[in-house]
Unconditional design. Structure first.
Ligand SMILES: Cc1cc2nc3c(=O)[nH]c(=O)nc-3n(C[C@H](O)[C@H](O)[C@H](O)COP(=O)(O)O)c2cc1C
Length: 160
């Protein structure tokens, strides 16, 4: 067993982007969705620069958020992967994850860059990536809430 010794599922939400920015808005909605659907879930929320291998190893599910920067994930999320790759190598296979991306007008490069890494780590997507271009409108925030709710519900029910 790689995850936490506690029996409660633990959902890690880790994200990059500017404080108060669009990814921040999306992560707040993802968080709200998770808490609404599964109020008792153990939800750990971390900015990518403040998150390390210990948090990752304790997670039974992972939500990743990033803006697109220069056709790639944000430097903060990349730094998170750089710092956690070796300490967690081979220990996170099958971990359920979902990704949300905020972009100006594209976002596909950010998605590709994250998927390439997490696929290599053996993580399993529970939903297609959520891509939001421009300012998140109510529809985008609702989709973010649904994504958080889906992950939380699945973990809570032991489906993922
Ligand atoms: C340095 C930098 C590079 C960016 N590169 C891209 C890009 O390659 N493609 C794109 O669609 N948007 C790009 N953008 C726009 C951001 O992805 C977009 O504004 C995003 O919503 C910002 O999220 P945030 O407010 O959470 O930081 C870039 C923004 C910055 C600051």
């Amino acid at each position: 067993m790689n995850a936490t010794a506690t029996t409660r599922p633990r959902l890690l939400l880790v994200y990059g982007g500017h404080p108060g920015g669009r990814t921040d808005q999306l992560q707040a909605a993802v968080q709200a969705g998770a808490r609404t659907v599964a109020p008792a879930i153990d939800l750990m929320v971390r900015r990518a620069l403040d998150c390390g291998p210990a948090e990752l190893l304790e997670a039974t599910g992972i939500l990743l958020g990033t803006p697109e920067h220069f056709g790639y994930m944000s430097g903060a999320l990349k730094d998170f992967f750089d710092r956690t790759y070796y300490p967690t190598e081979g220990r996170l296979q099958g971990r359920p994850y979902a990704l949300f991306v905020s972009a100006g007008n594209d976002g596909t490069g950010a998605i590709r860059s994250v998927e390439r890494i997490v696929t290599g780590c053996g993580w399993v997507a529970i939903a297609p990536p959520l891509l939001v271009t421009g300012d998140p409108d109510e529809g985008a925030l609702e989709r973010a809430r649904e994504l958080g709710g889906l992950m939380a519900a699945g973990l809570d029910a032991g489906i993922f």
